[in-house]
Design a protein around this ligand. Sequence first.
Ligand code: AMP
Length: 364
Amino acid sequence: MKIGILGAGQLARMIALAGFPLGLEFVFLDPSADACAHQLGEHLVGDYDDPELLAQLAERADVVTYEFENVPAEVAKFLGERTTVYPPPKALQVGQDRLVEKTYFRDLGIPTPEFAVVNSVDNLQSAVARLGFPAILKTRRLGYDGKGQVFVKPDTDLAEAWEAVRGYDCILEAFVPFKREVSIIAARSVSGEVLYYPLSENLHKGGILRVAECKANDPLQAQAEDYVSRLLESLEYVGVIALELFEVDGNLLANEFAPRVHNSGHWTIEGAQTCQFENHLRAILDLPLGSTAAVGQAAMVNFIGGLPETKDVLAIEGAHMHLYGKSPRKGRKVAHATVRSISEEEYKLTLSKLFQLAENLDNS
Ligand code: AMP
């Protein structure tokens, strides 16, 4: 059985690593010849919308999936006419546009921060008058890791804020004073079997995920499961999904979802009975899903913009290193480390040591 993946970055690499024990083979399509999954399968090098290469991908793969959500609609359609594509293209269409996504959440009864459509400086003014300060101006499309966002405060010059995102349709979102950010990763198979991972509690810096901690028995688990299940059923979803949420006043508000395996679920590699990558494959191949239960305390720390010495990570008891095979560049995620299942005291110490290694990269 051969799986086609659009994209050959670290997510594709980790999907392939999880698929090898199941006897699966992989073919990737990615514009970069040295994309980090390339040694794990056949690599078609070229643009994501190259019809020749897309046809080859569809021809060679039994099922095609993707590692990023900005797959153009016509690409998903082209592939869908030639082979099986999971998650369903509808999930891409909803998830690619913040306005469509937030409206979709609302229609499913999933609460979100207040938002308003903005497509001129005039309606930025009226949106601010309605939502109040502070607020965040976000481009509707192609924003990730905090890119395409402007924080709007009482002293912000609205004309300048609009200038910063000029040319893009936007939404203005009320800035919510969240207690914490969490995400729920879930998997739904072709047959409709659904399993949920324990919540991840996520720490961001500069809009980029730094640390994700597994929170087994979190009081908000049931609410998160309820929200993500509405999404899964309504989209007739197949594969792994991640729903990112804010905790405000003891309740959850949805920020966004990713129709793919997710950085906040990397702790599942060592920290869950079955990792998100394996369950994504099981889901799209209609195999029984594997238990999502945590195997102990678990967390993940991203290494961004630089790499600590592998020996320094491995010298920390309970830590596991995951290198992506990418050369370091400012703001680039190049590796992560996980920690799992040791005594509470050791766990905290290990996590703080890993976090310190990651912080040192920022300051170097
Ligand atoms: P996003 O690209 O929408 O995931 O935003 C990146 C990060 O900005 C989030 O993880 C939050 O830390 C922060 N953020 C985004 N939207 C809001 C909001 N409405 N209120 C407060 N913080 C937000």
